[in-house]
Design a protein around this ligand. Sequence first.
Ligand code: NAD
Length: 244
Amino acid sequence: MTDFGISAATSIVVLTGAGISQESGLDTFRDAGGIWARYDIDDVATPEGFARNPPLVHDFYNEQRREAAVAVPNAAHLALTNLEAAWPGRFLLVTQNIDGLHEKAGSKALLHMHGELDRFLCEACGKRGPWQGDMTTASACPLCGRAGTLRPDIVWFGEMPYFMPEIYRALGEADLFLSIGTSGTVYPAADFVRAARQAGAVTVELNLEASRRGHGLFAHEIEGKAGDIVPAFVRDLLEGRLPS
Ligand code: NAD
């Protein structure tokens, strides 16, 4: 183990992806048997797909909403909550996940860059808000009252992710960047490691398999299941160590 001079002033930015929720029983996108093996991205995760076939898209997210509603956070989600609570410096958790498991685990400084399953976006009034249960083409907007205008508040391919200025500001000030359970294939999230490196941050990937081995993007690559490696990493970090 190496002492990297982690101090109270150290600012941590964490990025999570579908892999952190895999052990909570939620499918990832790109692994074998993952969601994209069963659905076409263009059909269910683009504005054009929604325009073509809104019932299909609603069914897709209704199924994910039902699964997420009964899922419980695993040891990796809980370790990040502990890290946030115990860390004396700045801490920001950015997630690509839409499942709400970080909130269930108690995370506070959390940005959902790709939206959330349990929120709606009204295409008529442009407003967003909390949503529970299935959404259909007949659902009415809780705010403007019009029916047939709702979509899940999910950022689809071709749309601008949320909170980009806040996220890049935090990356620009980061001393330590952790990427957990993400394949590094979806931009702009895949680029965050570069921004963190530019800011001089120590970069660490924790994933089942190193996503970009040989690219030199991460100073440290820790392979394993998030439920095992994230709690162990957090324990070391809180004791002032990073793996060498
Ligand atoms: P991805 O499916 O592309 O990659 C998942 C990564 O996690 C892979 O590199 C895989 O090796 C790794 N992984 C799988 N099981 C793991 C485990 N137990 N421990 C550690 N790592 C594990 O997912 P991504 O990179 O998050 O892709 C981005 C898109 O996926 C986002 O748009 C996000 O909204 C969406 N997504 C979210 C959920 C969710 O909210 N739970 C589920 C599926 C996809």
